[in-house]
Design a protein around this ligand. Structure first.
Ligand SMILES: NC(=O)c1ccc[n+]([C@@H]2O[C@H](COP(=O)([O-])OP(=O)(O)OC[C@H]3O[C@@H](n4cnc5c(N)ncnc54)[C@H](OP(=O)(O)O)[C@@H]3O)[C@@H](O)[C@H]2O)c1
Length: 243
């Protein structure tokens, strides 16, 4: 995630979504080149020009060198199924697009998404069962390392379910302000300090006026069935650590 110095990931009107340097954009593609799949929330996926692809041939070669598929899988969380079937991501067919939704999403919306996505899978009723979805992705699509690219609402759910191992954060030399500007983790959040996600700084580098940080998640809240998912993902990921 790219974040301003005041903790925002976009402006309050959501008009500005890309504010990192070119170096930061490359960093994002480098991260994608380490993962089987990229996941994002419906609002992020719906933005113009978002393909969630691996980028230039250099990154595709890097993927092949690592023993990954040339193109990463693309996964979108849309609990209500309101994701538009006209989103850019569906117009680029280089790799499967998988939509994660719930049984409470209206059937007409799901059918419209089924017409453009490679698979629409339902997990949970009122809320998306993310641990269940990740277990399924592990088994059905052989996803071993997943890069979640936000936005804030999806990030919050991933953290609350204890499904995050690492946080890659770029602090950009900007300040957006705005009470309604989204932050790194939106949604329900945690109510008590004891429940907060604990992070350990594993890496820190300055490039120009940007700071590149990698945090390891060291404390996780207990949640339904996430331990086995994490174990499975962490195990098969252990030999694919970032350089
Ligand atoms: N700076 C950065 O690095 C960065 C990265 C990514 C995004 N962004 C910015 O962040 C903003 C979007 O963030 P956001 O928090 O508003 O939206 P988001 O997380 O991208 O998407 C929210 C939508 O995703 C679905 N969703 C997310 N979590 C879910 C869950 N646990 N269960 C079921 N569905 C879930 C829901 O779709 P349905 O409504 O269909 O149910 C929800 O309305 C944009 O302005 C974008 O540009 C910035």
């Amino acid at each position: 995630m790219a974040m301003t110095a005041d903790g925002k990931i976009a402006t309050a009107n959501r008009a500005i979504r890309s504010f990192g340097s070119r170096h930061d954009q490359e960093h994002l593609l480098e991260l994608r080149a380490t993962a089987d799949a990229v996941l994002c929330g419906a609002s992020t996926a719906a933005e113009d020009g978002i393909t969630l692809g691996p980028g230039s041939p250099r990154f595709r070669r890097e993927r092949l060198r690592r023993g990954l598929a040339e193109y990463n899988l693309r996964i979108i969380a849309s609990g209500s199924g309101r994701l538009s079937p006209r989103s850019t991501v569906f117009r680029h067919a280089f790799s499967p697009v998988i939509v994660l939704s719930t049984t409470s999403a209206p059937r007409t919306r799901l059918n419209r998404l089924r017409a453009v996505a490679d698979e629409v899978a339902l997990f949970g009723k009122a809320e998306l069962d993310l641990p269940g979805a990740l277990r399924w992705l592990h088994k059905r699509w052989r996803v071993r390392r997943l890069v979640c690219e936000g936005g804030g609402e999806l990030n919050d759910a991933m953290f609350r379910e204890g499904l995050v191992d690492e946080l890659h954060l770029t602090i950009c030399p900007k300040l957006f302000g705005g009470r309604n500007a989204p932050t790194l983790a939106e949604g329900a959040g945690f109510k008590q300090l004891a429940d907060a996600v604990r992070l350990r700084l594993r890496f820190c580098r300055r490039a120009g006026d940007e700071l590149y940080l990698v945090y390891e998640v060291v404390g996780r809240v207990a949640s339904r069935g996430c331990d086995s998912t994490q174990r499975a993902m962490s195990q098969s990921r252990s030999d694919r650590r970032l350089k």
